[in-house]
Design a binder for this molecule. Structure first.
Ligand code: GLC
Ligand code: CA
Length: 555
């Protein structure tokens, strides 16, 4: 067996699943999800086939930003369980081949964190420099991330008559990472959770953490803001042979290269591809794959250890900030026409199936595409069932409703009469959408997702292969290939509801090659003159493996 350096890069072909312990499964019936509940659902996740669990913040928190306002980085919110439960959950995951990564939210703390309580007391407090203070807000006004709640990023603190920086809510003061003590604290936090068994971090709000105005500390060898990111990665490498960092960095392509650490790949291991995600919605609105093709082709080359994370929805608003104003309006009109569906003038607070009017062909086409794109797929809990949103929860909470396990009260999430969040009502309520009934239904979205996960895992081309858009003459169809040492795959996706007959090229294939369907019906297609002709359904999706005469891979 060949053991290469690259065999350790597990994130290149992972299937990541994001959940919030608080809304996943309540085991002690107090209305709040807990680690014990998650542990009891580990077999469900294993059946789905995911290989990496991403846990949203579970730390002690005043919970004014759903746990992204942390008051103790070394603790566990006691409503969710204790360290025993946490470690037990990790063990159960590992037993099933599932790694666990956790949210690392160190751009800011809660204003209830003991560091900030100390820091704001007086200017000479030893914790003062853990945060960023100014006598006056800088003249150049920076936009806050949540413009409906905040008007600026500097907050006056009467006690000392100075202003502190907060890119997010005013109760989330930004940490000062130019302070070596703060950098040591961050390393200590990472070291702590690594020791408890996590395999990496989803690093929150990376661009703000790296904020140029802050991170220049030549005395610490940090000449460039990104040196700090690289120092975290180096620390990770020293403490763990396998850990990775996936960054939330919604940035233009050029900056993404820097955040990956360029050709050295010594920055973030993975980045969410926000640009492709946003372009996907424009493509869906237009029934035209061109925008998503453009986004994919604009991906810069990255180092062997770097990887793109593909996603359709996450726990935040579906941000459309990288589209032009007109494009954004097109997507709003198609998928979030009512003001209550929109937020911050840039995003939609809905889940995918309601946006697509529940059309199962279209929903499946989108997930088929997501799994077939070069990179690593990331699911948000409930996507595998086609869960909808609760618009009346408002803003980003609309998609953070309890997981729907059964058709019983509160979707089987809890037996307590007042769950921490209300379950979705209407057409996407647990009566219509739940895990229990879909598990026994071969036609369900859950069954389809399992197939996608299984095929993805058995097709390392998707994680490693070279991506090419294939030339063919159906404008509504995206045909692409992934070719590498791992094999040769071709995927086709029809963005239109109209059937289309596609003739696509199969690179380097002669008459003795087989083109085997992996997803729909297992048919073997004939290659004639280097091409294959295939009738596709409206919103059809197909995956093929190209198998040569000497190829031992399974079709
Ligand atoms: C990130 C998170 C978001 C959170 C914010 C502040 O954007 O995804 O949910 O509110 O950071 O931590
Ligand atoms: Ca509970």
């Amino acid at each position: 067996m060949r053991i290469t350096d690259t065999s350790d890069l597990w994130w290149k072909t992972a299937v990541i699943y994001c959940l919030d312990v608080e809304t996943f499964m309540d085991w002690n019936n107090d209305g709040i999800g807990d680690f014990e509940g998650l542990a009891h659902r580990m077999d469900y996740l294993h059946e789905l086939g995911i290989t990496c669990l991403w846990l949203m913040p579970f730390y002690p928190s005043p919970n004014k930003d759903d746990g992204y306002d942390i008051s103790d980085f070394f603790g566990i919110d006691e409503r969710l369980g204790d360290f025993g439960d946490f470690v037990e959950m990790i063990r159960m995951a590992k037993d099933r081949g599932i790694r666990v990564i956790i949210d690392l939210v160190v751009n800011h703390t809660s204003d209830r964190h003991p560091w900030f309580i100390e820091a704001r007391k007086d200017k000479t407090n030893p914790y003062r420099d853990y945060y960023v203070w100014r006598d006056h807000p800088p003249r150049k006004k920076e936009q806050p991330v949540f413009p409906d709640q905040e008007t600026g990023v500097w907050m006056h603190d009467p006690q000392t008559d100075q202003y502190y920086l907060h890119h997010f809510y005013r109760f989330q003061p930004d940490l000062n990472v130019t302070n070596p003590k703060v950098r040591d604290e961050i390393a200590k936090i990472m070291g702590f959770w690594l020791q408890l068994g996590v395999s990496g971090f989803r690093v929150d709000a990376v661009p703000f953490l790296m904020d140029e105005s802050g991170v220049q500390a030549p005395e610490a060898g940090l000449k460039h803001p990104l040196d700090f990111l690289k120092s975290l990665k180096a620390f990770l490498g020293r403490r763990s042979g396998e850990a990775m960092m996936i960054g939330e960095a919604n940035l233009p392509r050029g900056a993404q290269v820097d955040y990956f650490g360029g050709e050295d790949g010594d920055g973030l291991s993975m980045q969410f591809d926000f640009i492709t995600m946003q372009s996907l919605y424009l493509s869906l609105a237009r029934n035209d794959p061109a925008p998503v093709v453009k986004a994919l082709e604009s991906r810069p080359a990255i180092a062997i250890e770097s990887q793109w994370a593909n996603f359709v929805r996450n726990h935040d608003e579906l941000t459309l900030d990288k589209l032009t104003d007109e494009e954004r309006q097109e997507v709003f009109a198609a998928f979030g026409p009512e003001p209550r569906m929109q937020v911050y003038d840039r995003g939609i607070i809905r889940r995918l199936p309601p946006m697509l009017d529940g059309d199962p062909r279209r929903v499946k086409m989108v997930y088929s595409l997501m799994f077939s794109l070069p990179g690593t797929p990331v699911l948000f809990y409930g996507e595998e069932l086609g869960m909808g949103e609760n618009l009346s929860a408002g803003s980003r909470l609309a998609v953070r409703t309890p997981m729907q396990w059964t058709d019983g009260p509160h979707g089987g999430f809890t037996q307590f009469e007042r769950p921490v969040r209300k379950v979705v009502t209407g057409g996407y309520s647990p009566e219509h959408v739940n895990a229990s009934s879909q598990r026994h239904d071969a036609e369900s979205l859950l069954a389809f997702m399992r197939t996608l996960v299984a095929r993805y895992r058995a097709s390392a081309e998707m994680g490693w292969g070279e991506f090419t858009v294939l030339k063919q003459d159906q404008p509504s169809v995206l045909a692409h290939s992934l070719v590498g040492a791992e094999g040769h795959m071709i995927a086709l996706h029809n963005f239109s509801g109209e059937p289309a007959t596609v003739t696509f090229p199969v690179e380097d294939a002669g008459p003795d090659h087989q083109v085997v369907d992996l997803l729909v019906d297992g048919v073997v297609l004939r290659v004639e003159d280097g091409t294959v002709t295939l009738p596709m359904d409206g919103y059809g999706y197909r995956w093929f493996r190209v198998i040569g005469p000497d190829d031992k891979r399974l079709g």
